[in-house]
Design a protein around this ligand. Sequence first.
Ligand SMILES: C[S@@+](CC[C@H](N)C(=O)[O-])C[C@H]1O[C@@H](n2cnc3c(N)ncnc32)[C@H](O)[C@@H]1O
Length: 309
Amino acid sequence: MTLHTESTQSTGVYGLPPAELAAPPANAIQLSPLRPGATALETLGEASLDALTMLAPPGTLERRHAMALALKALKPGAPFAVLAPNDKGGTRIAKELKAFGCVTSDTAKRHHRICIGMRPAVLTGVDDALADGGPRFVEALGLWSQPGIFSWDRIDPGSEMLAQHLPALSGRGADFGCGLGYLAHAVLASTGVQALSLVDIDRRAIEAAKRNVADPRVTLRWADLREADESLKALNFVVMNAPFHDGGAEDRSLGQSFIARAAEALRVGGAAWIVANRHLPYEAMLKAKFKRVTTVISQDGYKVFEAVR
Ligand SMILES: C[S@@+](CC[C@H](N)C(=O)[O-])C[C@H]1O[C@@H](n2cnc3c(N)ncnc32)[C@H](O)[C@@H]1O
């Protein structure tokens, strides 16, 4: 499915829709917060986009927020295609778009639902969706957050366990996959920490962490840790709650990439403090990449490792 636009027109794509289901033009502007360097949908002017293809995100609040932003950014009458896997919101998108005032034609293909339509002249309910899915201060966490960020409205039990077992850290370090900055708070409580790089692939997480961790020792980077990063080297420590999902699907290689990147970033004698779900097989990789690996605690479905380079 291709939306037809002139080459001079401004076309957006959100995420990476499967090529066999949707084919945005090669010059489409990437708009997903999970693609480092992408344009933020929030920054597009109202009625500025000529067409959009969106692989809608899985969480309801996050998806309605993204669709509402996208519809506001589209010119009235501009074509859009919104698709999602059936088990990740696909069965709901037609109804959600209808509630925004859109008339769509829907197709089911390869376990996805694809909704095609044109941006109506009048949108309904978008302001509620923007408020429900936008950044906010979550009292229960005492932190800024936003639906769509990892564990956006509760502290992840694995992160909590790691925070409880961190020693006093010192020198220069990094928080790989920093999320809201919960672990960074625990790290920065050590007065010996001189510098801390917070890295995450999710722009919304980096923006929340910027508000949550106002400390002159901190630098923030919106980046994909699967890619080499020269700025992360000769570190004294790395902390991480290793992710194992990419786009909703389990991907163990993601956690393994984080471990490999930590081994590269640490100086000899530096330590990685890692929490992982107990079922994930990271021990062999840790032993291959580090001189000494200690399981600090294994409890309630999580393991905390100290791995020394
Ligand atoms: C398990 S969460 C931990 C979040 C945070 N440290 C905490 O304790 O709440 C893993 C984090 O890694 C991020 N992430 C996933 N893949 C990534 C990648 N390739 N590069 C950088 N960050 C990534 C996710 O956005 C998520 O915030």
